[in-house]
Design a protein around this ligand. Structure first.
Ligand code: CTP
Ligand code: CA
Length: 236
């Protein structure tokens, strides 16, 4: 019944969403990871499907109970592990998408090589790990995007000063070449691992074009509204 009450303003639109956090293997039993639960990305996918979009959800290491909220006939889930896998899956999904949202937390670096044997203290090979930088997936998607495609990136920031946070977000949006950057305050109450979130959406010229606070589903509504506002501007 709830789905019928949602506006069908994304009907006929294909969207590609990444969610969760990548894991970069160190050896067979260890990885470099992060605290992203995938809840915000899953909520964005569920909201998009409820509004009629066909969604490809690229899910990086999301637990089954969180991923359950993405069960919908219009959502296809592709599971990935590493940043490289996520990049490949998103390139694939983005090729036919009108809207791309990168909600996943992508590892900035990966171990230069993953050992096929467990590293041990005895062999004293555990005290340092050589890292190499991962490609910036969303910047790559933005640089080669099809005409008219809208791209949204996320940023989790721990700066509590709102002005400083916005300034960083503006630079990040420019650097990535995306249309919108959704910034969340990653602290104890909001963001990673939490059910609630608070975001600000930075758009053209660094303007704050939307904000939202509450459940991750409520926040996802604010983000979709901001995306649709932008699409209407584009086409008019
Ligand atoms: N991102 C990406 N590829 C990467 C790193 C990040 O596509 N290798 C995307 C994230 O999915 C997110 C956006 O870029 O949508 C911003 O991520 P963030 O970690 O905030 O940006 P970074 O450029 O990595 O900057 P920072 O040094 O603050 O981590
Ligand atoms: Ca980063």
């Amino acid at each position: 019944a709830l789905a019928l009450l949602a506006p069908q303003d994304l009907a006929g639109t294909r969207v590609a969403i990444s969610a969760g956090g990548t894991r970069e293997p160190i050896d067979p039993v260890r990885f470099l990871g992060n605290r992203s639960s995938g809840r915000q990305g899953v909520a964005l996918a569920a909201e998009a499907a409820a509004r009629g979009a066909r969604v490809t959800l690229v899910a990086a290491n999301i637990s089954a109970d969180v991923l359950a909220a993405a069960q919908h006939p219009l959502i296809e889930v592709r599971t990935v592990g590493t940043a490289a896998e996520l990049g490949e899956a998103m390139q694939d999904a983005a090729a036919s998408a009108g809207i791309v949202i990168m909600a996943a937390a992508v590892a900035d670096y990966r171990p230069a090589s993953a050992s096929d044997q467990k590293l041990t203290k005895e062999e004293s090979v555990l005290d340092r790990i050589d890292l190499v930088e991962n490609e910036d997936i969303v910047a790559g998607l933005a640089a080669s995007r099809p005409d008219g495609q809208v791209i949204v990136a996320f940023a989790a920031e721990t700066l509590t000063d709102a002005d400083a946070r916005r300034e960083r977000a503006r630079r990040k949006r420019e650097r990535k070449g995306v249309d919108l950057l959704a910034v969340n305050l990653a602290n104890a109450e909001h963001g990673f691992e939490s059910a609630d979130n608070a975001i600000e959406v930075i758009g053209e010229g660094g303007a704050v074009v939307a904000s939202g606070e509450g459940s991750k589903r409520e926040v996802s509504r604010a983000i979709w509204d901001a995306v649709l506002n932008l699409s209407q501007h584009h086409s008019s």
